[in-house]
Design a protein around this ligand. Structure first.
Ligand code: HEM
Length: 422
């Protein structure tokens, strides 16, 4: 199967349109063209500068004073009337967005990060392995006897939703609600929404905030052994306790961080194995390769295509002038195939020596705190699939638009599979 099947013929960087849903589904030929023709490329459709080389992203991450995460409404393309309406709804009926964690720079960033770093430590994730394995088995039990399933909705969405709900201390039987909330939090930022949908998202966020408010108040009075209780009751020495505004915005980041990305990672990992049957056969023959495969899968098809930074002072990368106020798109998906870092980067090689150098989880101060949890969900998934299933194939061809619309997320719309039970 040709990975670039969705793209007709050779492309140049100038053909790249970040708002084209077909290109969003398979941006790799454009990323390759950018890396060779103009590694820092300004997309005329959004005005953003795409940074596509591994070392340049490292430079950005090492200089948060010049490339800031602290962006407010409108920084990514001017304040639109609809954004103001969104904020009004939050301000009137809930808690408007404030800059916490992902939207802050060091040293202020540490205030929120120290709470989150306590949650998914290596030890905690090791302890969670039996629980994650159990969740994997129970989801597979639901459809294994049928010999087929729609992998995105029957597996990749529920697994991370259930896990994050349980860890936060939210009812896991309502995982579809969490998914609905997470989608609504993310969609407006993907720049592909209608105004009507943006307002619907604002009301969905209010519903979520009111629910979280009730849970936080409950955990204040009746603490449990879960993350909600620890966020609301822990007080770091010398710091004020987290306010309800901060708590709501941290929830926003944990819910979105814990769901969409892991769903994308698992579904793409399987999709790419099906497109590379020799690699799939190798993995099924030697399950000890699972850990390395997980790194390679994250490198090869990166769940967050890229994230944003704002330039705080005139600067340049590779002689491209970046005036103060410019928005940078750190294209992780492009850097993870950079030929100067990864030999044959356009190929999936499950025993690649340096697969672990992938930057799907970012790097530096904002390095993903959920990385160990996500890795464990991926590892458990493939270890157990190898044990229980074989001969996994696409049940029918996918449509022309394989991915949900977004300029930075990368979500397969569906993945219908058939297989034999082992
Ligand atoms: C395969 C799955 C995942 C991928 C690819 C991923 C990717 C990322 C990336 C690239 C960042 C860096 C953001 C930046 O530089 O601005 C990040 C940060 C973050 N991630 Fe993840 N993530 C994943 C899973 C998770 C999970 C499971 C959770 C929660 C349990 C989570 C929660 C967060 C949070 C809260 C941040 C913000 C950290 C900070 O700004 O200090 N992520 N993630």
């Amino acid at each position: 199967m040709n990975e670039y099947a969705a793209i007709d013929g050779p492309v140049s960087a100038q053909d790249f349109n970040p708002l084209d849903q077909k290109i969003q589904g398979c941006p790799y030929p454009y990323y390759k063209a950018m890396r060779s023709e103009c590694p820092v490329f300004q997309a005329p459709q959004t005005g953003m500068f795409y940074v596509t080389k591994y070392d340049d992203i490292r430079h950005i991450k090492r200089n948060p004073d010049i490339f800031s995460s602290n962006m407010v409404l409108g920084d990514r393309g001017g304040i639109r009337e609809i954004d103001l309406q969104y904020t009004d709804i939050l301000r009137t009926y809930g808690w408007e967005h404030v800059q916490v964690l992902q939207r802050t720079d060091p040293p202020a960033h540490n205030r929120w990060r120290q709470y989150i770093d306590r949650t998914f430590t290596a030890r905690r994730v090791r302890e969670l392995k039996p629980y994650i394995d159990e969740q994997v088995h129970s989801l597979i039990d639901e459809w294994i006897d049928q010999g087929e399933c729609e992998f995105v909705h029957d597996y990749c969405i529920p697994l991370p939703c259930k896990v994050i709900a349980d860890q936060l201390g939210l009812p896991s039987d309502q995982y579809l609600k969490l998914k609905e909330w997470s989608d609504a939090f993310l969609e407006p930022g993907g720049l592909m929404c209608t105004d009507k949908r943006i307002i619907e998202c604002a009301w969905t966020e209010i519903e979520a905030q009111q629910f979280f408010y009730r849970v936080f108040e409950d955990r204040r009075k009746n603490p449990r052994n879960d993350i909600m209780s620890s966020l609301v009751n822990t007080q770091v020495e010398g710091e004020d306790p987290l306010s309800m505004h901060e708590l709501q915005n941290l929830m926003h980041q944990l819910i979105t961080g814990g769901n969409e990305t892991t769903t994308s990672a698992i579904s793409h990992a399987l999709w790419n194995l099906m497109k590379n049957p020799d690699q799939m056969a190798k993995l099924w023959a030697d399950p000890s390769l699972v850990n390395n495969f997980v790194e390679e899968a994250l490198r090869f098809e990166t769940p967050i295509l890229g994230l944003f930074r704002m330039v705080t002072q005139d600067t340049e990368i590779r002689d491209v002038q970046l005036p103060k106020g410019s928005i940078i798109f750190m294209a992780y998906g492009a850097a993870n195939r950079d030929e100067e870092k990864f030999d044959d980067g356009e190929d999936l090689i499950i025993d690649r020596q340096n697969a672990g150098a992938q930057i799907a989880f970012g790097m530096g101060a904002h390095f993903c705190p959920g990385a160990m949890l996500a890795r464990q969900e991926l590892r458990s998934t493939f270890e157990i699939m190898i044990e229980r299933m074989e001969d996994i194939q696409l049940a029918r061809p996918l449509g022309e638009l394989t991915h949900d619309p977004s300029i930075f997320l990368h979500q397969l719309t569906e993945l219908p599979i058939k297989f034999k039970k082992r």
